[in-house]
Every structure is written in C-alpha cells, then in structure tokens.
Design a protein around this ligand. Structure first.
Ligand code: ARG
Length: 455
C-alpha cells in the first residue's frame, strides 16, 4: 500500500522505488515507530479527536504488529518505509479505525521522532558500555599503582610513570566522552511529535502529553525546525568520533606494547590472530581493526555534515541519508567498545620488562638535575651537567644509577652519596605527589574519586 497514490496517474518505476525506499534500513527502528504511534493515538483518544473504541482498536493492532515483528512471524515486505509498513498492516488487521492513526501527523514529524527515540536509546547504551570499560580500566589501575613503566614524549622515553597513571589518562578521556553523551542526551530530549509536515496542525493536539508519554522533557518549540533538525545526530557522531579517536590511540599503544621489541603486554590468545604463512605470528588484529574502524565513524560525521549543509527548511528527502550511516557508526562503536573491553580484561602485563625499560632509558635524568638544583645549582647549569652524565653513560653503555661517585664528582663536585637514592625509580615516582601526578599516594586519591564516580 502507498500512502500517497491519490494524485498520481502512473505506477512507480521499479528503479525509483528501489532508490527511494528506506524500509530496508529504517526497519531497524520499528519498535520506536510503534512506540511513537502508541503515544500519538493515546493522545488523539484523550483529546476526543478519535473515539475511545477507535483508540483501543489501534493500540491493540499496533501491539499485535510489534509482537509479530519481535517473533518474526510478520515479515517486512516492499513497503516504502517503516511508517507505511506499519500503517498498512494496521489497516489490514483492524480495518477503518486503522486509517485514523495518521490523523494530525506527518511522516516528517514521525520520522524525526523515531530517529530521536532510537538515537536517545543508543546514547544511553553507549554511555553504559563506556562505564563497563571504565570499570575495567580502574581495576588495572588499582592493581598497578606501583608498576613502573617509562612515560614517553615523541615516543622517546621521558620520565618514569606507573601503569596506573598511564591507564588513568585514558580513564579521563572516556569519562569526558560520557559527559559529552550526557550533554547530548539533555539537549536532544525534546519531542518533535505534533509538528506535522512543517507547520503544526489544526487538530487540538496535546503535545505536552505525548512528550511526557515518550520520556521527553517537553515538546520542541518550532515545527519547522522540529522536522528538519538533525543537530543531535551530528553531535552524537562527533562524540562517537571522539570515542573512536580515544580507542584508536589506546589501540596504537597496545600494538606498540605488544610488539616483539617492547613486549610490555601480552594480548590474550582469544583476542589475537595468526598468520596463514608465518607460524610464529600472533597478531594484534583486534587492536588494529578498532584503529582502522575509526575511519568509517569519522566518515559518517563528515557525510552527515555535508548532507545537511545545503538543505532549505523544512523537511527534504536528503535527510533520509541520516540513517544508514548513523546506524553503521553506532553499531561499529558499540562493537569496538565491547571488544576493546574484553581485550583489556584478558591482557597481561610484563611488569619486569616494563620496569627494566624504565631503568635503561635515562628516565631519571630530570630528577638528577633536580638533585643539583636542590643543592644550589641553577637549573640551566644542572641541565647541562646531567647532559654530560648521559653522554658519559651512553659511551660506556650504563645507566646513571651505575656510575661511581668518583665518576659523578669528576663531572660535578656537588654530587654526594645521596644521589643514588635521589634518582632511584622509587623516589622518582614517589616524590611526584601533586594531584594528577603518578606518585602512588596521589594516584590512590584519584582512584578513590573514580570509584565514587562509578558507584
Ligand atoms: N523515509 C523518510 C526519511 O527517512 C521518511 C519521511 C518521509 N517523508 C516524506 N515527506 N517523504 O526521511
């Protein structure tokens, strides 16, 4: 059944139908479409726009369709879209009363509502998945406040940190991602239903009532904007892109840490793959694939921004393009978060290798300079002296910790016996006690804050 055959004299061209249809993908939100119709029809009944009997028949019919779709006893056909499909089946099931469902409504406000309901649910789901990931990160942090590793800048060893501190950086990122989702949820939570095609309707609709039934904070305030606003999707795809960017950075680090050269971590066999030719290989495919899939989520954002940029008010068919790319991006991000969490949960850390790596890269050079500063040497001079120490060590192939006191004194007489303690890994990390720093005391305070946040 077509919703709009009346003024047409020719059959639709098959290619036109195929090009125009959206049922093949908007069937994804059949639940939301029926949920929106139920709210609309309850409102029509309450307002006396249809009779109570008609209202009850329609409700029963819609619920039956939902159950049959859930059980897959009702199959999708060649209807134009999910809205036509549901309406056609309603009329087939309950007769003339079904023809009143669409009173005071357009597919324009209907689809705006469906997409918003669907997206709102996915915003919540992804927020929950991120919470699970944060719990996994926190567990690693709690167990590793004293697991030393090198902190890097320019991918060069810089200063010693701990594994807890490194994971804490990602905790912050995903925590911000969640707060972005909260913001989006708040801003998008206004109901477009009742906006009609673009100019509202003359029926005495109660928009507050339907908004309330559907869990919105209230109705939208401009019917033209309501049917043509996709800002919330752009914001959501932007937030999803940022989540993917964070996952991708983390995956990149895991690939580096998992490399034969680093061996900081072991990705569990269940999250690794082999090579068809090289028997020795255990590849970090999952981390690489998450990193790779970031591209398609960015692509969805660029795509919808481009689609929306030239659309005059109000609804235009261009907007149908919002669906496939959003669905793909949402499903991709959900899959990536779940897989990433599983990979973290099963990953093990080679703490000895991480500690040895921290010791052999002059990560305590800054602390050696600070030692001199504490003994009255201006920092710029101290920097130069420690530079000479590093040069000396590099030539001999040793660490600062391995130099004799005589060797130290030959470069600067300021050095005394307590230099060894001052540049020990323990001191280098422990002394960093300002909030946000890697010192275990500072870290434990932050972990407490994170625990409260997740509680
Ligand atoms: N499938 C359409 C979409 O996704 C539904 C709205 C159709 N409205 C219209 N005036 N043709 O945008």
């Amino acid at each position: 059944m077509k919703l709009w055959g009346g003024r047409f004299t020719k059959e639709e061209n098959q290619l036109v139908h195929n090009f125009n249809e959206s049922l093949s993908f908007d069937q994804k939100f059949y639940k939301q479409d029926i949920q929106g119709s139920l709210a609309h029809v309850k409102m029509l009944g309450k307002q006396g726009i249809i009779t109570t009997d008609e209202m009850n028949d329609i409700i029963k019919g819609l619920e039956g369709i939902r159950v049959d779709l859930d059980n897959e006893t009702l199959q999708f056909d060649n209807s134009e879209d999910i809205h036509s499909f549901v309406e056609a089946h309603l009329i087939e099931r309950i007769g003339d009363a079904g023809k009143k469902l669409h009173t005071g409504r357009s597919r324009n406000d209907q689809v705006a509502l469906d997409m918003k309901l669907y997206t709102r649910h996915e915003v919540e789901e992804i927020n929950d998945l991120l919470k699970t990931l944060l719990n996994s990160l926190l567990k690693v942090m709690e167990e590793n406040t004293e697991t030393f590793m090198p902190g890097f800048t320019h991918l060069q060893k810089a200063q010693p940190i701990t594994l807890a501190h490194h994971f804490g950086a990602y905790f912050e990122m995903f925590k911000r991602d969640r707060s972005r989702l909260d913001d989006i949820h708040k801003r998008m939570n206004l109901c477009p239903l009742g906006s009609g095609a673009l100019a509202g309707t003359t029926y005495p609709l109660d928009r507050e009532y339907t908004a309330n039934l559907l869990g919105f904070d209230g109705p939208t305030l401009n019917s033209m904007d309501s049917v043509s606003d996709r800002d919330y999707l752009i914001e959501f795809l932007s937030a999803l892109s940022t989540i993917m960017m964070h996952l991708s950075r983390f995956c990149e680090e895991i690939c580096i840490w998992n490399s034969n050269e680093y061996r900081f971590v072991n990705i569990d066999d269940s999250y690794s793959t082999g090579s068809s030719i090289m028997p020795q290989k255990k590849n970090p495919d999952i981390a690489e694939l998450i990193r790779g899939k970031t591209g398609r989520v960015y692509g969805a954002l660029a795509s919808i921004l481009t689609t929306m940029k030239g659309i005059p008010l109000a609804y235009n068919k261009d907007m149908q393009e919002d669906k496939e790319l959003s669905f793909d991006a949402i499903d991709t991000v959900k899959g990536c978060i779940v897989l990433f969490t599983g990979m973290i949960d099963t990953m093990t850390f080679n703490k000895d290798i991480m500690e040895a790596s921290t010791k052999n890269g002059f990560t305590n050079a800054t602390d050696a300079a600070d030692y001199l500063v504490n003994h009255g040497v201006p920092f710029r001079d101290a920097h130069g002296i420690v530079g000479q120490l590093v040069l000396f060590c590099e030539e001999k192939g040793i660490a600062l910790d391995d130099m004799t006191l005589d060797e130290y004194k030959a470069i600067s007489p300021v050095f005394e016996d307590d230099i060894y303690d001052a540049i020990s890994l323990e001191t280098c990390v422990d002394k960093r006690t300002t909030i946000g720093a890697p010192g275990p005391d500072a870290m434990k305070k932050v972990i407490e804050i994170y625990k409260e946040y997740l509680a």
